[in-house]
Design a binder for this molecule. Structure first.
Ligand code: GCO
Length: 448
């Protein structure tokens, strides 16, 4: 037994990373448009102003996806393209873009999987306090309504939010992503609660109002610790660490986000660590937050590890293979994350992101020979299949990324795509890995 017959093979992107057209056709600014600009917080002061110009080239891009045999495409909607001020007047042209994209995908036999929010928060709402504002979850609900009413006749797969760990953790705890702030613990906790409420309200709305049967999840980062040996004890140690909490960097916790969403309560450990800083909420809140989901979408790139002051973190050693991000090549994480998370939360698993940044360029023969990405993918997919063989229900795999794009504060040099993008000409070239992935899809992973 390998991947199921209806396994969803796809690739992913996010609006700000690929679309460009940052101020066209009535789009309002997002925090990524404004907060990083000219401040030397983004590599070489690069921006997503043009990115892959996907806004204008989506037809060509869908044709390329079809050529690679993708069955699904996961993409996100830019909130401020659809509602320029975050709330209030709808920008019909912006909404039309996504409607056209969905039509184009459907016409090419590619299933759309929509992420409502992948970090490009409307700047106008940020000015009103953003996720600190008690109204913030209603703003998200209002936006969700607009998108779901317009697209749910053709879209059935929904991700409410991508990596809350990152947009709260990197955005407000570590200050490495827009809006590049480092705020206090109490505020981080307040924002978490509002984000969770927004997620819950969105799930409820989609469930009750979608025009086709909806399948809904969110997409946290979910890296497991890999057991140091095969013993039962080692597996329990790894499981415990995977679901444990730490004080600094708590916004990156897995249970911090997933326990409320799935169990309707914050982890016990959080109360021990944070005491009075924990949110005061009603039962009603937790009921909203823990609306039933259809699968657990997770972004998995490398194994979790404990960091130490000096020397290597535990998943690293001298000379260990790593990707262009400095992330260790640790394929077993696909198996252990799927297993641990399925056992804890009981939902079918979908890898909503996985991939690697490489040093890609066009070779003299005009092609991109990214053998390392093929090897990476091969190893990771084998470990993912191992989970399927043990009976863990796996729904799909969305490779990150469809094409090279803007890697947030690291700019354009981190190339994650199955498709190479020449940013000067906007020419696209399918990499060897893109053709290799096509064969994986065609054989449903039997050729691995
Ligand atoms: C994330 C985001 C993506 C990134 C990708 C590579 O996980 O950070 O969801 O937008 O580009 O993961 O870092």
């Amino acid at each position: 037994m390998g991947f199921s017959k209806d396994f969803m093979w796809g690739a992913a992107s996010a609006a700000y990373q690929v679309e460009g057209a940052w101020n066209e056709d009535g789009k309002g600014p997002s925090i990524w448009d404004v907060c990083g600009r000219d401040r030397n917080v983004i590599q070489y002061n690069e921006t997503g102003d043009v990115a892959c110009d996907h806004y204008h080239r989506y037809k060509e891009d869908v044709a390329i996806m079809k050529e690679m045999g993708l069955k699904c495409y996961r993409f996100s909607i830019s909130w401020s393209r659809v509602i320029p001020n975050g709330v209030g007047a709808v920008n019909e042209k912006g909404l039309q873009f996504y409607s056209d994209l969905v039509d184009e995908l459907k016409a090419n036999g590619i299933e759309p999987l929509v992420s409502l929010f992948h970090w490009d928060y409307p700047y106008a709402l940020y000015q009103k306090g953003g996720w600190m504002n008690p109204e913030s979850s209603d703003w998200f609900l209002e936006y969700t309504k607009v998108v779901v009413d317009a697209l749910s006749d053709r879209v059935s797969y929904w991700i409410t939010m991508n990596e809350p760990q990152c947009f709260i953790g990197c955005g407000y705890e570590f200050g490495s992503h827009a809006p590049f702030l480092q705020t206090n613990r109490k505020d981080l906790i307040t924002m978490t609660h509002n984000v969770l409420l927004a997620h819950g309200k969105a799930v409820k709305y989609i469930r009750e109002h979608a025009k086709t049967k909806a399948e809904i999840s969110f997409a946290p980062i979910a890296p497991a610790y890999i057991p140091t040996n095969d013993s039962k004890e080692a597996i329990e140690v790894a499981r415990k660490k995977t679901f444990g909490m730490r004080e600094k960097g708590f916004t990156f916790g897995l249970t911090w986000w997933s326990d409320p969403v799935i169990f309707g309560k914050y982890p016990e450990e959080a109360y021990e660590l944070f005491g009075d800083d924990m949110p005061v909420y009603s039962e009603e809140d937790m009921k909203l937050i823990s609306q039933p989901l259809d699968f657990y979408g997770m972004n998995v790139y490398y194994s979790a590890c404990d960091y130490v002051d000096k020397g290597y973190p535990e998943n690293m050693w001298q000379g260990r293979g790593m990707t262009g991000m400095g992330w260790v090549v640790s394929p077993e994480v696909m198996y252990w994350s799927s297993k641990f998370i399925y056992e804890r939360y009981g939902l079918p698993i979908m890898i909503t992101e996985n991939g690697m940044a490489g040093m890609d360029w066009i070779h003299m023969d005009g092609k991109v020979h990214d053998t390392y990405r093929i090897d990476f993918l091969h190893r990771y997919l084998l470990e993912y299949r191992r989970a399927a063989e043990e009976g863990i229900p796996l729904k799909g795999y969305m490779h990150w990324s469809t094409m090279d794009n803007f890697e947030w504060a690291l700019g354009y040099n981190k190339r994650f795509g199955l498709v190479y993008v020449d940013y000067a000409t906007q020419e696209r070239t399918i990499k060897d890995s893109g053709y290799w992935y096509k064969e994986v899809i065609e054989t449903n992973g039997k050729n691995l």
